[in-house]
Design a protein around this ligand. Structure first.
Ligand code: LMR
Length: 394
């Protein structure tokens, strides 16, 4: 049987991790996978996470199963973190999932069950694994324009034109904030126009929010999601705790299905629990419980928020340093967009050949589409990257 298997395509982001490890150069710079690193290159365990883990270790008396939806405190506190008070709780079905990716996968499974002929509109570009999961599930995808290659901002006119071709029942995948891979984000007026289009055409929004708190702040980053969730009849939201709680390997995420009324909510809740049961039974608990503890304890929550804010401001500072250094080297504002982008990533907007040249010549590792993880930089490597960009002729 096994001999019939065909090799699967390697994930481009994950392949880069090994390539970087194998590079013997001391001055190499890793701007690949989306993991936050502090100035010394470490991905720290956040203080509040450590404190909650300690408390959990001391107080937890059982590891028996939770419910199929996961720890209710996690669900309730995360719903509140992402949606605030924008939607009544009895309209929201929510289940814990293995990471934000698990939530994305379960959301698309729900789509295929509810409407097998739905197409999913995805931004061009988007996180490659979105496309990979959709292909795996045999869901038809349609790309919509998103990134303006000239301005490196959102090509909003192109986006709206392409979304206008969607048909009632199609799903529109949106990034809640900190667009991956571009770093170019929608403003609130644009979110409102999207809501109007979704409602006019009967489209279903599916929002992936994996970087809440990394862009303009916890509340600001959720504003678009809240607007969509509160002003469309049906909406799916996949939230990740990997980045903003720094618990990547714990696989902690939440899928929310927002509907018009309590009876639709009950059916959604039952279906999401069923999907969990079919795919992995109970969702992982450790990370979810830690998040629930942090969000429901005033002291832990305040400490988590202040550390997250330090992380956010640190990335913003690196963006400014990089834009300033490039301004100094080139004498132009061509790279000013780096300071305008938000979140962990920026798409430099250059060719795979020049990305490869920067890797070979200067040991700069970015994803082939020229996505850079800004958190992979520090004050010493900013000038190295700027120089490599200039030397490569970007
Ligand atoms: C990324 O985009 O680098 C992260 O979301 C990590 C991943 O799983 O790809």
């Amino acid at each position: 049987m096994f001999e019939t298997l065909k090799p699967q395509p390697a994930d481009k982001i994950l392949a880069l991790i090994q390539q970087y490890r194998d590079d013997p150069r001391d001055n190499k710079v890793d701007l690949g996978v989306g993991v936050y690193k502090d100035a010394s290159g470490v991905t720290p365990v956040m203080r509040a996470v450590k404190a909650a883990e300690k408390q959990l270790w001391e107080e937890q008396t059982t590891k028996a199963y939770t419910g199929l939806a996961g720890d209710p405190t996690f669900g309730d506190t995360m719903v509140k973190l992402v949606l605030g008070d924008s939607v009544a709780r009895d309209k929201i079905a929510a289940v814990a999932t293995p990471g934000g990716t698990g939530a994305v996968r379960q959301a698309f499974e729900l789509v295929t069950r509810a409407n097998p002929s739905a197409r999913v509109f995805v931004s061009n570009p988007t996180w490659p694994n979105h496309l990979s999961i959709l292909k795996y599930l045999n869901i038809e995808t349609v790309g919509y324009r998103y990134f303006d290659a000239e301005t490196r901002a959102v090509d909003f006119a192109g986006m709206m034109e392409d979304l206008n071709t969607a048909k009632s029942g199609d799903v529109v995948l949106l990034h809640g904030c900190c667009h991956n891979p571009t770093g170019a984000n929608l403003n609130m007026a644009q979110w409102q126009e999207i809501v109007d289009l979704l409602n006019a055409k009967g489209l279903i929004p599916m929002i992936d929010i994996a970087y809440q708190g990394f862009g303009d702040g916890l509340e600001e980053d959720a504003a678009g999601v809240r607007l969509v969730a509160s002003s469309t009849p049906e909406c799916l939201v996949a939230a990740s705790c990997s980045k903003n709680f720094g618990i990547y390997r714990e696989r902690t995420g939440l899928l929310m299905a927002i509907s018009q009324n309590a009876s639709a909510q009950a059916l959604n809740q039952q279906t999401l629990a069923f999907l969990n049961r079919q795919n992995y039974s109970f969702p992982p608990d450790h990370g979810a419980r830690i998040v629930g503890m942090i969000l429901s304890d005033d002291t832990l929550r305040a400490d988590w928020k202040s550390e997250l804010e330090e992380v956010r401001l640190g990335m913003l500072e690196l963006r400014h340093q990089l834009a300033t250094e490039l301004q100094r080297l080139t004498g132009s504002d061509r790279f000013g967009f780096l300071a305008q982008h938000r979140g962990m990533f920026s798409l430099l907007g250059t060719t795979p050949d020049l990305v490869e040249k920067m890797r070979v010549d200067a040991g700069i590792y970015m994803v082939g589409d020229s996505r850079m993880n800004i958190a992979g930089l520090n004050t010493k490597t900013v000038p190295l990257l700027a120089q490599a960009i200039v030397d490569a002729g970007v």
